[in-house]
Write a protein that binds this ligand. Structure first.
Ligand SMILES: *Cc1c(COP(=O)(O)O)cnc(C)c1O
Length: 392
């Protein structure tokens, strides 16, 4: 109840002395973790084997389990999603300019810039938050070598349209699938599309290995190149046959991955129940909606994206301020867009002119807490706090 009083007296939000709704903050992206005893048993096996890294048995087991789960031929596990992206970009021969959305985590763009490639930002479809194929077409120049689609929020990018554009213009196509572990497109698991897809297993993602990532692909050649690049180009003792970096996943991370893989289906159910509770809660509040998932596909429901209607009187930043005062740490996401972050903002100050939908959506989105640590009661509290703000 203190929450409501506090919100009603908006002006003295931080100073009225009322206790926040939560003593301990509710975070976006609290890790989903499998049974601790199972993880510790694996950790003991690693310690007694004295094999800590370098393509150990846990990493190899994780790779084959993940490939099977995703229905893809090869899984090459890496130390994180960003290095996996960088390696996928190199392994597919991208150079010059590569088209990416601006409405994504900055690593999508940084993985290109870091390697001397120019990310060229295309706009999104405001209904899906994913790349708009016509904007991608408009961004193609003589220097374009590839496209990186992002399955934002775990909702599939327009895979077929992007593949058609790539085929037509002879471009490489990969997907940043950092959000999309366990999701499907037209009934096929994400992981098989484009030349390769890149996963992130960072602690905040739906499925985590503490930190980690992977390249998944059906191409034998690409998988082999990625494996070489991941390990300094070594093809056996003393035999370096390729440029490379250190992208290896360590055994303890693979142990975490194997443990968490055993509970992914229960995490999906929990996320789906949470998502539904949020959607029902906001259905009766004008001007607000939870971005829906396509119920005919597989989804991980990891992102609860609250969208404030363009014509609404509500301010996104006021809602965030009120939630933060209650220790509910909802987040703006992918705001203000990569093109307004450095170095891209300085390199191309007018990019925003072609990114109207990106700037519009980025100003109207809040991501709410979900996952195994959030109860339906928490969700009802969050909805009722926002309902109080929304009432005129
Ligand atoms: C998290 C994320 C990455 C980076 O993955 P890390 O494992 O954190 O390096 C890349 N792209 C997107 C869209 C992400 O959300």
């Amino acid at each position: 109840m203190s929450a409501h009083k506090r919100i009603l007296g908006k002006s003295d939000l931080a100073i009225n002395g009322a206790a926040p709704a939560y003593k301990q903050p509710l975070h976006v992206g609290r890790p989903n973790i499998g049974p601790e005893d199972v993880f510790f048993a694996r950790a003991r096996d690693i310690m007694s084997s004295r094999w800590l890294t370098n393509n150990g048995s846990m990493v190899r087991e994780l790779e084959s389990r993940l490939a099977e789960y995703l229905g893809v031929k090869h899984c090459v596990a890496m130390c994180n999603g960003t290095i996996a992206l960088e390696i996928a970009i190199r392994a597919t021969g991208m150079t010059g300019e590569v088209i990416v959305p601006s409405y994504t985590f900055v690593a999508t763009a940084h993985a290109l810039h870091w390697q001397g490639i120019t990310p060229v930002f295309a706009d999104i479809d405001p209904d899906t938050h994913n790349l708009d194929p016509s904007s991608v077409r408009n961004a193609i120049t003589s220097r374009t070598s590839g496209i990186i689609g992002v399955h934002l929020w775990g909702r599939p990018a327009p895979v077929d349209d992007l593949q058609a554009i790539a085929d037509e213009h002879n471009l490489s196509l990969i997907f940043d699938a950092a959000h999309a572990f366990g999701c499907s497109y037209k009934g096929t698991m994400i992981g098989s599309f484009g030349q390769a897809e890149v996963l992130s297993f960072h602690a905040t993602k739906f499925y985590n290995t503490f930190e980690g990532g992977a390249i998944v692909t059906n191409s034998d050649g690409l998988a082999e190149t990625a494996r070489l690049m991941r390990n300094f180009g070594f093809a056996g003792y003393d035999n370096v046959i390729h440029p490379g970096t250190n992208g290896k996943m360590v055994e303890i991370c693979a142990a975490m991955g194997l443990t968490n893989l055993e509970v992914v289906d229960s995490v999906v159910r929990k996320n789906r129940d949470n998502h539904q509770a949020y959607a029902e809660g906001f259905a009766s509040i004008p001007g607000l909606r939870i971005l829906p998932f396509d119920g005919s596909e597989r989804n991980n429901y990891q992102y609860v994206v609250l969208e404030i209607a363009r014509e609404s009187h509500l301010s996104r930043d006021d809602i965030i301020k009120c939630l933060h005062a209650e220790n509910i740490l909802a987040r703006k996401y992918f705001w203000p867009g990569c093109h307004l972050m450095e170095p891209y903002r300085t390199l191309n100050p007018t990019a925003g002119q072609a990114l109207r939908n990106t700037e519009d959506v980025a100003s109207r989105v809040i991501v709410l807490p979900t996952g195994t640590m959030i109860s339906i009661e928490d969700i009802n509290t969050i909805v009722s706090i926002i309902r109080t703000i929304a009432e005129p």
